[in-house]
Design a protein around this ligand. Sequence first.
Ligand code: PEP
Ligand code: MG
Length: 767
Amino acid sequence: MMPLNWNRSEPGPEPLNWGIMPERKDSDSRKLLLRLRETLAAPGSGQHRLDQITHHIADSMGTQVCSIYLFRDAETLELCATEGLKQASVHKTRLRLGEGLVGRVARTGRHVNTANAPAEPGFRFMPETGEEVYPSFLGVPIQRVGEKLGVLVVQSREARQFSEDEIYGLEVVAMVLAEMAELGVFLGSQSDGLPLAHRFPVMFRGTTGQEGAAEGRVWLHEPRVVISNPVADDPLKEKARLNEGVAMLRTNVDLMLSGSDVEGGDSAEVMEAYRLFAHSRSWLRRMEEAIDLGLSAEAAVEKEQGQARARLESASDPYLRDRLHDLDDLSNRLLRILTGQGKDTGAEMPENPILVARNIGPAELLDYGRKLKGVVLEEGSVGSHAAIVARALAIPLVIHADRVIAEALNGDPILVDGDSGVVHLRPEESVAIAFRDKMAMQAEAQSRYAGLRDLPATSPCGTTIQLYMNAGLMADLPSLDGSGAEGVGLFRTELQFLTRTRVPRRGELAALYAHVLDSAHGKPVMFRTLDIGSDKVLPYMKPQDEPNPAMGWRAIRVGLDKRGVLRMQLQALIRAAVGKPLYVMFPFITEMQEFEDAHRLLMEQLAREQRLGHAMPSDIRVGAMLETPSLAFAPKKFFEMCDFISVGGNDLKQFFFAADRENERVRRRYDTLNTSFITLLDQIVQRCNAANVPVSFCGEDAGRPIEAVTFAALGFRRLSMRPASIGPVKHLIRRVNLAELRGVIDEGRARGDTNLRRAVTEWLAVQ
Ligand code: PEP
Ligand code: MG
């Protein structure tokens, strides 16, 4: 047979150089794909079919060698079939990921094309295969949208570079093979021992979004589209399907973008770029050309998507990465249109579902609610809305689990260790057993803590600390009884605003706040007024183009500038608390004037409600959140004006150390028990005591036992934390003499320690 003619033109000018496109349609390539399809459909063992495939490919491409290497496990590739190399090396020759040219293709997801393989860096000679007489080498990854399955190689005796057309053609073949492997076609008999992706255990090291451990089964937020027909006989029909699908995609995208009221600024530009992609003629043309080579419409979409994914992996420019993500997202939408596989693929949610997603919004996460046992995200951040909701739902969350979507399949067993940020997919039994032991120990500890529920957090020195909980959802309220919390020290009201598509109405909010107060059964609830801005951007709020949103127009700054929403919220709170005490707390107060203004606004609303004849709360207490260092140095009058003060340690720490709480690189760099920070907290307590104003600590650190006892020793008499932390914190407080611990802290400071953690933990260990 004559070698296939894969002639194609050089790449045309492309805006982002997505790839190359063939100019000539080639019916020979389609013939090869059809032959492959027939081979794959024919009876016989998987090994026999693989052998046939290598034969057909070598024959079509006019090469002496064609070999298929597949992953044996996550790190090892195995020669599984060959035409031209020694048959004795099949299932014997193995390479590590990254080893030799084959390993390089597998690791990078990019082809290697050389006329002189031995001269290539990293070349590894495998004498058992007899490959030394074939200097030309072309290897392409066998992958399915970035999910690596193996490597397809052709080699020839004649020393030559393969043309762009040949590379493209081989990539199309590899793409079809990937689909077939996915369908399990190669597993004609188990004795073949052929490996497939999605079979071996994989561990992901991410970051803790929410502590806790969970065992369950994968539930993909956006399930993978299954392509059952990668090869097609009728290109005209496939192109018509593709064009219809793209037309529908464009309409959907236009509709979606016209519905979002973004005017100008970066976001508008980003959305315009997204629209441009959807309307890109070259994207459509490249997919049509893949159809000409024999692919079905959906396989052509996936081929383009796979190339974009491979580029995404190596692109470091954040703008380029975002655009590649856009293209990926559009490809997914198009695939769903073409296959009719929407989010609802008919799959049944497994028991103990663990949600796996690239990222997820707070509203979507709330929709799943407490059904979920855990969440694993490829992206996300510790301070993100999703993390706040996961925390509120008390489900373990791991973020930054890179590549988990490509690896996980619906129903796969999965272990989520939120404490260490580690995820085990399809774990080995020994790992699962160790994990279950850990969960059992945690459950045992929790049941021990449950015994403390009705006991006070009283230290052996006689000091009692009030333990409150943080909340933000109605769903949190049952924890008030379960955890033994004495009240809600921080009710984050922004969650109700974040999960809606419009500003909630006063009546809705009043009803919700009333419900919260009813469920609290007389325990105090400190409502924090809307804390938006920074990372908490409301979907219906015009995004602000701020270089530094955490230090930008946020929280009380927005409330005082746009008083309508704050007034409405205050009125709703007043109406909700009829006949009950109402605690209102203003976030992110930076100077006294802001507190005075907000306080006045609240008093005006009270007067108004009274004028309108509404019944009043039985008492009003107004507090400030101390979240910026400047407020610690406010005039004495400020402390005297407040009915209570709550230290928002998450923000206070980020501004004290100038370290972004959402930036993983710097977030952990500065310790809460750093002597300077402890000295600041000590001064805050002293100033509050001097003004006789109660002070609490409600940042995440309050829920960490060592930090919590340190704060208590400094003089904080109230700590507010997530409900699950109350048990461990109470347990430690009841065993630690706070007065003595205070002495340890003072000694460390007098000694000049820069960090007190060591002194504190060593002393605690002795205790
Ligand atoms: C804080 O900053 O510590 C705090 C409790 O508020 P948030 O985490 O909601 O910013
Ligand atoms: Mg804060």
